[in-house]
Each structure stands twice: as structure tokens, then as C-alpha cells.
Design a protein around this ligand. Structure first.
Ligand SMILES: Nc1ncnc2c1ncn2[C@@H]1O[C@H](COP(=O)(O)OP(=O)(O)O)[C@@H](O)[C@H]1O
Ligand SMILES: CC(C)(COP(=O)(O)O)[C@@H](O)C(=O)NCCC(=O)O
Ligand SMILES: [K+]
Length: 243
């Protein structure tokens, strides 16, 4: 059994894998990882991988140091099953390359765009020869709502739940449509631009924020909430003999 830990800017995810099979996923605080000890009692983990995009607190570090199995800390030195062409591997958020490792495992030999909608919305491109070229970083949904409230005098903090016209009719819907339709058009814009360049493109949508939108591109879009976890599991198995 593999233990996979993905620590993001908003939330931590931990998962149990048996080979390539996902057994269980748990969301946890990225500040405490309080459910980690209980999770480790539930499964006979033989090895673990940790990917973090934050500087973990002392408490989290202690919990990870106490893991009952060898741990692979994913960083720029880790051997990867895909080629990393990012110019600054030492600053790369490794959740990003894990997402394309997960997508490439499911569809090897294909040009793939991964859209990961979480704290940030990231756009990753991996080509049919399994080369990760990088991609873009954009504000996530909650960040957009919070920024409109934080950096203006009068805009309220609006939630994603509520009426969603295509064009706002009042302050509440103006902000909600500005954020949600803005994200939708941004994602569709990236898909159309990339598909023009790579006609056989496949698209994966992942991350904690769900988006559904009407587009005639639905037939090339795969939703997989656990793509990063699957990619981390692939990387851990790829490094099996090196732990
Ligand atoms: N259990 C949860 N805890 C926190 N956020 C969640 C949860 N489930 C869904 N979300 C949504 O997912 C977003 C975080 O997405 P995710 O990609 O998991 O986070 P991260 O950016 O930390 O990797 C949050 O902004 C929130 O809107
Ligand atoms: C872009 C990110 C903040 C996304 O993290 P998340 O939304 O999963 O919390 C993370 O991948 C990161 O910190 N990247 C470092 C910069 C880079 O990837 O070039
Ligand atoms: K993420």
C-alpha cells in the first residue's frame, strides 16, 4: 500500500493506493495533518510520497517524520516518469508536474492540457512525447472573490452559490458572474487556443473547485478530481527501488 500526501495552499489531501488502484482519499488541514496518524493505523503503508507547495509547520513536519514507512519528498532531484522542460525546476510547484504525470499515465502518447482549479488555477501542457513544457498560473475562484472584496472600498465578499446570469443585474450577480463566467471563458479560451495548435489535444479538469460549462469541446474533456494524487502515486512507484 502507498501513502500519497499532497499539501496545497488551501487544503491537504492524503490517499491510500494499492498499486495503481485508489483505495481512499481524505481531505485534511494543511496546517496540522491531524488525520494522518489515524490514516496510518488503517492501512499497512510500505512507502509514502509527500508533495507540498507550502512551508509545512513544525507540527506537520513532526507528523511526517514519524511516518512508519520510507518517505519520498518530491523535489527537483526526484526522478520523474516524464521529461521536465520547465526552466526553473527548483521553483516549480510539484503538484503541477504530478498532475501531468497522472494524465500521461492514463493517455500516453497524447498532447494533454491539464486545468487544475484550486487555490490557483494552473494550466499545464504535456506533449505526446511525455515532455512537460510548463504552463500558466491564474487566480483561483476563492482568490478572485476575496481580491474583489479586499482591494476595493465597497465590494462585498460574494460566494459562488447563488443566481448566475451571464451578465450581472446587481452587485451580487455582477461579482459572481464576473468571477465564475470569467473563469469559464478563461478555461474555454485556453482549450480553444491549445486545440488550434494541437488538434488531437485532450483536456483534464482537476482540483477542488468544480466547473461545468457548455462547450462543444465536452468530448475531449475528462474530469478527474484525484489526478494529482494519481500522478504522485505513479512517481512514487517509479522511484520504488530508490527509497
Ligand atoms: N474539503 C475542502 N476543504 C477546502 N476546500 C475545499 C474542500 N473541498 C473543496 N474545496 C474547494 O477546493 C478549493 C481547493 O482546491 P484544491 O485544489 O483541493 O486545493 P489546493 O489549491 O490547496 O491544492 C478550495 O478553494 C475550495 O473552494
Ligand atoms: C501555482 C501553485 C501555487 C498551485 O498550488 P495550489 O493551487 O495547488 O495550492 C503551486 O504550484 C506553486 O506554488 N508553484 C510554484 C511556482 C511555479 O510552479 O512555477
Ligand atoms: K492543486
Amino acid at each position: 500500500m502507498n501513502l500519497i500526501i499532497d499539501i496545497g495552499n488551501t487544503v491537504a489531501k492524503m490517499a491510500a493506493f494499492d498499486g495503481r488502484a485508489l483505495v481512499e482519499v481524505l481531505y485534511d488541514s494543511n496546517r496540522t495533518l491531524e488525520h494522518l496518524p489515524g490514516f496510518c493505523e488503517k492501512y499497512p503503508f510500505e512507502k509514502a510520497i509527500v508533495a507540498t507547495v507550502i512551508d509545512v509547520d513544525r507540527q506537520v513536519r513532526n507528523r511526517l517524520d514519524e511516518l512508519p514507512c520510507p518517505v519520498l519528498w518530491l523535489d527537483e532531484k526526484t526522478l520523474l516518469p516524464v521529461e521536465n522542460l520547465y526552466d526553473t525546476p527548483h521553483t516549480l510547484g510539484y503538484d503541477r508536474i504530478a498532475s501531468v504525470a497522472g494524465a500521461n499515465e492514463q493517455y500516453p502518447g497524447r498532447d494533454i492540457l491539464v486545468v487544475d482549479a484550486g487555490t490557483c488555477i494552473t494550466y499545464e501542457f504535456i506533449d505526446a512525447a511525455a515532455r512537460y513544457h510548463g504552463g500558466n498560473i491564474s487566480p483561483g475562484m476563492q482568490m478572485r472573490f476575496k481580491a474583489l472584496h479586499r482591494f476595493t472600498a465597497r465590494l462585498p465578499l460574494v460566494s459562488a452559490e447563488g443566481p448566475l446570469p451571464s451578465m450581472g443585474k446587481d452587485t451580487d450577480t455582477a461579482i459572481r458572474a464576473g468571477v465564475l463566467k470569467g473563469i469559464e471563458y478563461e478555461i474555454v479560451g485556453y482549450i480553444r487556443a491549445m486545440k488550434h495548435k494541437y488538434p488531437e489535444l485532450l483536456v483534464f479538469l482537476t482540483g477542488g473547485d468544480d466547473f461545468s460549462f457548455d462547450t462543444n469541446l465536452k468530448n475531449i474533456i475528462f474530469a478527474d478530481r484525484f489526478l494529482v494524487l494519481k500522478g504522485l502515486n505513479r512517481i512514487l512507484n517509479y522511484n520504488n527501488g530508490r527509497l
